[in-house]
Design a protein around this ligand. Structure first.
Ligand SMILES: NC(=O)c1ccc[n+]([C@@H]2O[C@H](COP(=O)([O-])OP(=O)(O)OC[C@H]3O[C@@H](n4cnc5c(N)ncnc54)[C@H](O)[C@@H]3O)[C@@H](O)[C@H]2O)c1
Length: 470
């Protein structure tokens, strides 16, 4: 009879009884106890790293009925959350306040409280080092914090994007130094985050969730836990597979964006508008998916994650040529755009870039969000300065440029107000990010020259002779 039951059915039967049959003995196990707690929402969840990924996840878990503690090392974030102020667009302050008042969510920088959590989810950054190698120092530090209070019956989940082998290698090794064993005492899983900041069509609960575990029981706990909070759970066979799924999704984007960026430069030389080509191509109901060109790649994911696989594949003596080529093409884009700007200034205004003032629109890496990590707009400003020109920016979401690792020279620069007089005082406007709330009619009417990397003026029906697509 049991041969026809899936592992999850068997797990549910054990959990119902709160027991597991071992030979002639009947015993509670860390697995059955935790599954029971998860299924009855008695499991306490901890989310470590309350950024773009962790905070929406923590609130989604709380909304579903779990008691959640959010942990962060940044005291300013804890203070803001305690005061009911969300700093992430995907989480409204109303939702935050509701979950806090209900007692289902609170935040803390006291990591000793991890001992009271039954499920702990890690959502800390995974950047690249200066030499473009994976920087797993945040994941390692967090794993050590968890190890300090690790106990039998906890499920530890990594959500940070990383190369295949991180969860079962790095995280597990640190946790097992306690003497406790994955799959016997505690459980270990990986579930990649697929958050898309600024996307109003999907949120944490409606994006299908890939889950995996180290061993069958960890996999069952992962399905049980996420199944309580998100609509669709997609189990895969191992943590390494789940890690590879996430990298595959982001490599797919990086490579396809590079492809349209390359096509953009080729078609521009032929006098063909890439955006018109894409609009027509996407009417094909199968076999084509539109990707759009731009001033370069930005954000914490697409420019970074593919290189996690490049690094790992060196261990296997295998090249990742698509990834390297995509990186090369995408990172050449800001220089290409500034080249177009210089050419247009020269031909249309008879002015050298070195004597020009340029206003960049949009500092964030994508529209309608305040995130400037890896934003090509910063690189555009830097290149214009290198070539002797002056560049300011306007961004309704970024009042001032904060400290960044690569662009310290730009720190403290403030967003310029958009008025007729200020726009007229610049030799050119460069659209880097097409935030919805920017007044494009004002720009079209007041700027002598506009370089548009997002096709926004065609989309708004404002295309004119002094607007150059790039
Ligand atoms: N932002 C996205 O859209 C997105 C999408 C999918 C996946 N991811 C992945 O999710 C992970 C997190 O990204 P994010 O965008 O949320 O980053 P983030 O920088 O917005 O947030 C990370 C948070 O972790 C905190 N933190 C750092 N070290 C810590 C530690 N030792 N203990 C506790 N907290 C610590 C930081 O203070 C910060 O609040 C990364 O691996 C990223 O690649 C991000």
């Amino acid at each position: 009879m049991q041969g026809h039951l899936t592992a999850i059915h068997i797990a549910a039967i054990y959990a119902q009884a709160g027991q597991k049959r071992l030979g002639n003995y009947v015993t509670n196990t860390p697995f059955t106890d935790l599954l029971n707690k998860i299924q009855t929402y008695q499991a306490r969840a901890g989310v470590i790293g309350l950024g773009y990924v962790g905070l929406p996840l923590a609130i989604t878990l709380a909304k579903s009925g779990f008691n959640v503690t959010g942990f962060d090392v940044d005291p300013a974030k804890i203070r803001a959350l305690d005061a009911g102020n969300s700093y992430i667009e995907a989480v409204s302050s109303d939702d935050l306040t509701r979950e806090s008042s209900s007692g289902r969510f609170h935040s803390s920088d006291d990591f000793s409280q991890l001992a009271f959590c039954d499920v702990i989810v890690i959502c800390v950054p995974t950047p690249l080092t200066k030499h473009r190698d994976p920087d797993l120092s945040y994941v390692e530090a967090t794993s050590r914090s968890i190890a300090a209070t690790l106990r039998s019956g906890q499920l530890i989940v990594l959500e940070s994007t990383t190369y295949p082998g991180t969860t079962d290698g790095i995280v597990k090794t640190i946790l097992e130094k306690t003497g406790l064993k994955s799959g016997r005492d505690f459980f270990l899983g990986f579930s990649p985050e697929r958050e898309d900041p600024g996307n109003r069509d999907f949120d944490t609960s409606s994006i299908p969730k890939i889950v995996a575990g180290d061993g069958v029981e960890a996999g069952e706990l992962m399905q049980g836990f996420y199944g309580q909070a998100v609509k669709t759970v997609v189990p895969v066979s191992s943590n390494a597979t789940a890690e590879a799924v996430k990298l595959t999704e982001n490599i797919f984007r990086a490579v396809n964006i590079a492809l349209v960026n390359e096509l953009k430069t080729v078609y521009a030389a032929m006098g063909i508008d890439i955006w018109e080509v894409i609009e027509a191509a996407k009417t094909k109901p199968f076999g084509y998916m539109p990707f759009y060109p731009g001033p370069g790649l930005g954000g914490h994911c697409i420019p970074i994650d593919p290189f996690y696989l490049t690094w790992k594949s060196r261990e296997y003596d295998l090249p990742t040529r698509f990834i390297e080529l995509a990186g090369e093409i995408n990172s050449a884009m800001p220089r290409y755009v500034v080249g177009k700007l210089a050419e247009a200034l020269d031909i249309r205004s008879g002015k050298a870039l070195s004597r020009s003032r340029v206003l960049i629109i949009g500092l964030a890496y994508k529209k309608n969000v305040p995130d400037i990590r890896e934003s090509p707009s910063l690189r555009l400003m830097e290149i214009i300065h290198e070539r002797g020109g002056a560049a300011d920016y306007h961004d309704p979401y970024v009042a001032e440029i904060p400290s960044t690792r690569e662009y310290m020279a730009l720190k403290g620069r403030k967003s310029v107000d958009l008025t007729k007089e200020t726009v007229e005082s610049y030799d050119a406007v460069l659209i880097s990010t097409d935030h919805d709330s920017v007044d494009y009619t004002l720009l079209a009417a007041s700027s002598p020259l506009i370089i548009d990397t997002r096709n926004i003026f065609t989309k708004r029906g404002l295309m004119a002779d002094h607007i150059v697509k790039s």
